[in-house]
Design a protein around this ligand. Structure first.
Ligand SMILES: O=C(O)C(=O)C[C@]1(C(=O)O)C=C[C@@H](O)C=C1
Length: 359
């Protein structure tokens, strides 16, 4: 049997080969970057990245799962994009928020990030060009849609270029190595609610002031680092940022808890894949007549478009109690049937973006 030293030598030699190949890969990436800059086309191509991961995962991958391949290559793509053109990505903060986790899951750890205090400020940063892309939450499958994001998509001239879906996993992190030493737990109200079962199992006998509510789970992680005998209920990324060891992982009540995020950009990134989705904001013209909504839905049926979501939101620019609709449909703006609808209802529809459907 080989010794650890011998095994490490084998690993070193493989790492040398990987590095050589990565350097070669980056030479081609740089070429692509030069062509993209010459033609003034977008750097980020999520469709191409997905194609690469899918292709690799369909080969012999030994002990590597698809998720592992994806994690490794997303970092490589992040480095590639940074080489082609360093791009700034803004996200709804604070650092260590689930939106930060979503942003890092797509853009990798090496990108330049700015953490912003509100969804509106993320939209502002993309609009003014301070950031190339913004990452905002749009929906949680337990809590529903994020109204502020819907409204801003309707009001601003920005496009959705991609969606990210991440599971909302909470962990209990602390510098203490046993839960018996913990004398308080910091977290946000929603995290306490979503981890009720775990808290009941381990801390049901504790007084109320044992649970300390703060504004965000990353603040909780920060406080748990500064405080002795404290723990935080927080995201993985918050525990990572504050180097807080994780005592218990995935302690949320529901395994199904997922949040959907949008990547927004000033330029639409149209590229067809085999599974696309298009988001639209629709303000019906004749909504004072019976059947106005029915006639819209009929138009979708006539061109064989499947509706994925319909949510109403109040129109804020009128004294009347009127609504507009946030609608997700299957298909891409480049599809003939989507074009037909967009043309037929051009005074009523605002196109928000076509992107790969990950749901
Ligand atoms: O294929 C491209 O368009 C590239 O820029 C290369 C590359 C890659 O590293 O493979 C990098 C960034 C894009 O988002 C997609 C793929």
């Amino acid at each position: 049997m080989k010794s650890i030293q011998q095994l490490r030598e084998s690993i070193d030699s493989i790492d040398d080969s990987i590095l050589k190949l990565l350097v070669k890969r980056m030479e081609f990436v740089e070429e692509i970057g030069r062509l993209k800059r010459e033609n003034n086309t977008v750097i980020y191509h999520p469709d191409r990245e997905k194609e690469i991961v899918d292709r690799l995962a369909s080969k012999y991958t030994g002990k590597l799962s698809k998720a592992a391949i994806e994690a490794i290559f997303l970092e490589i793509f992040g480095v590639s994009r940074n080489l082609e053109l360093p791009e700034i990505i803004s996200f709804l903060g604070p650092e260590g928020s689930f939106t930060h986790q979503a942003a890092e899951s797509r853009f990798g750890a090496v990108a330049d990030y700015i953490s912003l205090p509100s969804i509106r400020s993320v939209f502002d940063s993309v609009e003014t060009g301070r950031a190339k892309y913004g990452v905002v939450p749009i929906e949680n499958n337990q809590e529903g849609m994020v109204k502020e994001t819907m409204d801003l998509l309707n009001e601003r001239n920005l496009f959705i270029i991609s969606e990210i879906i991440i599971p909302v996993n909470f962990c209990l992190a602390s510098k203490e190595n046993s839960i018996h030493q913990i004398q308080k737990i910091y977290s946000k109200d929603i995290a306490f609610q979503q981890c009720k079962g775990f808290l009941q199992d381990y801390f049901s006998h504790k007084p109320e002031d044992f649970f300390v509510q703060v504004d965000s789970t990353s603040k909780a992680a920060k406080l748990a680092v500064e405080d002795t005998k404290a723990a935080a209920l927080c995201s993985h990324i918050a525990a990572k940022i504050y180097s807080l060891p994780i005592l218990f992982d995935n302690i949320q009540d529901s395994e199904a808890n997922q949040t959907r995020f949008f990547i927004i950009s000033k330029v639409e990134n149209l590229k067809k894949t085999d599974k696309d989705k298009t988001s639209l904001a629709i303000k019906l013209k004749h909504d004072d007549k019976p059947g106005a909504l029915l006639s819209l839905l009929k138009d979708f049926e006539d061109v064989q478009i499947n509706l994925l979501k319909i949510e109403s939101r109040p129109q804020k620019d009128t004294h009347e109690f009127k609504f507009w609709f946030f609608i997700d449909i299957e298909g891409n703006k480049l599809d003939d049937n989507v074009q037909q609808i967009l043309n037929k209802r051009k005074d009523e529809i605002i196109f928000l973006g076509s992107y790969m459907n990950l749901c």
